[in-house]
Design a protein around this ligand. Sequence first.
Ligand SMILES: Nc1ncnc2c1ncn2[C@@H]1O[C@H](COP(=O)(O)OP(=O)(O)O)[C@@H](O)[C@H]1O
Ligand SMILES: [Mg+2]
Length: 370
Amino acid sequence: MLSSLRCPIHNRRAHPSSWSADWLALRAAGARPAANSGTEAVTDVVQDGGVKPQVWERLDVSAWEVVGRQQTGSTENLWLADPDSQVWWLHKDTVIPRNGVEQGEDWSEVASTQVARILGVPCATTRLCIREGRRGSLSKTVRPVDADLWEGQVVLQDLGVPDYFPHTEDRPGVDPSRPKVKRPGHSLPNIKRALDATAPPPGFDGPAALSGFDVFAGYLLLDALIANRDRHEQNWAVLIPRLLDPPKRLSPSYDHASSLGYNLTDDKRLTYLRSDAELANWASKGTAYRFEHQGRPPTLVAHAMNAVGLCSPEGADWWRSRIGTLDLRELTEALLAQDIEGLSHLAATFACELLNTNLRRLRDAVHERS
Ligand SMILES: Nc1ncnc2c1ncn2[C@@H]1O[C@H](COP(=O)(O)OP(=O)(O)O)[C@@H](O)[C@H]1O
Ligand SMILES: [Mg+2]
């Protein structure tokens, strides 16, 4: 429950002081990834307790040195070095589409990181930033100095499975023997084959018995919670040690910007917030279309539960219990209370209601399948 108040317009739950002001305002307005620079940073994934206030501070990084260009990703992003620590952070601008309404990739990235932390999913540390007057986000490198980061596309090609056909936006993967299948080979069984042989990421706080795939299932639960449809094969990775001894590890998760309704206008948010049914209907359109499918892809919730079904018994028990006890209130309360540039109260309310809806959907799915 966000609050016991009701929205005066739609008779929905509302956060004190948020709805009417927003409604009036709305009406009126009509290279290669860099390595961690030190051992300290190897385990510097988000796992500390509590949502700290500085999580919501916006760093001005205009003076930070550009130390690299990230060749993969939807746009060419820059690696910047923190002048104090020399640690590398991947910088991403928010997107301003043709309608001129700046999207919320910055706050969605940072809020999703907090969901990951509360769920127990290892994840890159992220921050809000501003660079040369533009809003953006930073993602602290997850690559240790003594390892390479192989994106899923490389991992699956290296696995040598015959049914994987690499996919890029300008050149979709096609399996000539299964031409109607989309994203051929980017499937849970192939990913399991690849990740069962990897250890959990640095900083993973769960049972020692879990495999890399068991932890990856948690990434898909995170995606279902935050409504992230973007888990394509460049948005997960494996850390490959340069020395022979240390194990291959699943990389901490990264790139959660496409989440929490980051690209909706406030008008749309208002429409979906009219009733629980409208919001649930919007949420159910979140599908796992980045994974192998034919016809309509499964919902993000069903896909995550399929992954949990492929986990070891310890892995499945772990995630079912995490979902059963998950408490996102510290985050939802912080989101609604913070004054974050670019995050209207409507956007914050939508994000919080969406998280609660998706958590309910996941709990129902866990219940149905047990
Ligand atoms: N925190 C990180 N540490 C190391 N590499 C990263 C990190 N974040 C992203 N990358 C690498 O950069 C690529 C592009 O970053 P991503 O956040 O996915 O941007 P985009 O939104 O453009 O896809 C990823 O596919 C991954 O290889
Ligand atoms: Mg990406």
